[in-house]
Design a protein around this ligand. Structure first.
Ligand code: EPZ
Length: 429
């Protein structure tokens, strides 16, 4: 199925949830969306065949698969979550506007194409409408490495006679800029140092993938990343880390429904901030080697949350967590320090009886006894996750439209929830 076909289908789909059923059982977490969306473009750097395992079957991956195919790559994505991608036939990178604009991660094609071809023309990135989402730090990095950058008619055009290692201090801790500069620097001449780098697990995963292709990247996961440019890269086989945001979403859903769930195939360390916050509000959380058990029986109490770059509380879980707090005892205060537009879901949850007041980047949540089912709309990916958590705990039926947002980042979402005892079904118009 091509993403363009896919693109037509989900706009007419809705999820209907009968609330009030505690989630119980075990759930397998898929590969990390935000890691694989960097690793797939990174294969451009090798001009060889790569095999990527643990790829989540989500629409953002299908869209990126189509973009890589349009660029000339041979891409096969199988139902066993393995992608085979050969970028040897790609000779230039002009990312198609219609597809590239629908994906934030299309900007990784710039760093990868710049690294391989010293040239790139990629549509301005799209993605969730959660704030302005500038790319000035990406451009700062590309220019520091020796590239000219022009933005013209929505296209970001980069060109360099050669790329030379440089020392780059990020003004803002940016995941995208950190990864994009890594991609552009691995084939540059000399040493690049990225300071004030983001430390998210998917930055480490992308660095490990690059090193599997023969790059020399050290320090990923700290705020100083050192890259020694190499002559060329080669194909490799690599398995993507588990999706800690998907895992965290299901941990929150388990707690909100007063359930008892084992979230399997995770790296517990990646979820430390979430585990700590859930324990603080009264949830029992047990960490095992590659799984986490979440059990909630008691009344949960409110908390204060401030989203921060990793290892702080992740902005991608602010929305589902706020729904959990909307039925916790007492008042909670949530500060969204990363994206200014990440409270759009509040109006939808208020239709279900939540008592939430938003003032700028802060929301004040007064816990209510329960939510009531209603017709609501997913405004972006993680707002969609918040709608699902709300539907799972509400009295009566909740109907969620714009499900395509959710399908961008949650593989087999209704199937995974049905396996935990949720009463959820997808309605296709
Ligand atoms: C990535 O977005 C993720 N997307 C987001 O996940 C995630 O919320 C975000 O990182 C933070 O963890 C992908 O990986 C595809 P940033 P990105 O650059 O790279 C500012 C999801 O739900 N900034 O770390 O766009 C920016 O405005 C998605 O899975 C600049 O000012 O995030 C923001 O305030 C949503 N200039 C802050 O930095 C720049 O050049 C962090 O943004 C770049 C960013």
């Amino acid at each position: 199925m091509k993403a363009t076909d896919l693109g037509q289908l989900p706009y007419m789909e809705r999820l209907i949830i009968e609330g009030g059923y505690p989630l119980k059982g075990k759930i397998d977490v898929s590969g990390f969306k935000n890691a694989v969306l960097a690793i797939i473009p990174a294969t451009l750097l090798a001009g060889d065949k790569c095999i990527i395992e643990n790829v989540p079957l989500i629409s953002d991956v299908y869209i990126l698969k189509d973009i890589m195919t349009e660029l000339g790559a041979d891409v096969e994505l199988k139902y066993n979550n393995i992608m085979e991608i050969d970028t040897s036939k790609i000779k230039e990178c002009v990312a198609p506007y219609e597809l590239a604009k629908r994906l934030r991660a299309s900007y990784y094609l710039i760093g990868a194409a710049l690294g391989r071809f010293k040239e790139a023309k990629v549509s301005y990135p799209g993605g969730c409408d959660i704030g302005t989402r500038p790319i000035d730090q990406h451009i700062k990095g590309f220019e520091a490495l020796g590239s000219e950058v022009n933005i013209d008619h929505g296209l970001i055009k980069c060109r360099a006679d050669k790329l030379e290692g440089s020392k780059i201090y990020l003004d803002v801790v940016s995941v995208g800029a950190t990864i994009n500069i890594m991609l552009a620097a691995v084939l540059a001449e000399g040493k690049t140092i990225i300071e004030n780098a983001a430390k998210e697990p998917h930055i480490v995963d992308t660095a490990n993938f690059l090193n599997s292709m023969g790059a020399d990247v050290r320090g990923a996961g700290t705020d100083v990343i050192r890259i020694n440019g190499v002559e060329e890269l080669h194909g490799c086989t690599y398995s993507v880390i588990p999706d800690q945001i998907e895992a965290g979403t299901y941990m929150v859903a388990a707690a909100a429904t007063k359930g008892d769930v084992i979230v399997d195939n995770v790296i517990p360390k990646h979820l430390e901030s979430v585990t700590a916050k859930l324990k603080e509000i009264g949830v029992e959380v047990e960490e095992y080697g590659e799984s986490i058990r979440v059990c909630a029986k008691e009344e949960l109490k409110g908390a204060t949350i401030k989203t921060l770059p990793y290892p702080g509380f992740p902005t991608d879980l602010q929305q589902p967590m706020s729904v959990l707090l909307s039925v916790a005892e007492g008042t909670s205060v949530v500060t969204e320090s990363i994206f200014e537009g990440r409270f759009k879901y509040v109006d939808e949850i208020k239709r279900m009886g939540a008592n939430i007041k938003v003032d700028g980047r802060t929301s004040v949540i007064d816990g209510v006894k329960s939510l009531s089912g209603a017709k609501i709309s997913a405004t972006d990916l993680r707002a969609g996750a918040a709608c699902i958590v709300a539907g799972l705990i509400a009295n009566g039926a909740t109907e969620i439209e714009n499900v395509h947002h959710i399908d961008r980042g949650y593989e087999k979402v209704e199937q995974k929830l049905i396996n935990l005892g949720a009463k959820i079904r997808r309605v296709k118009e």
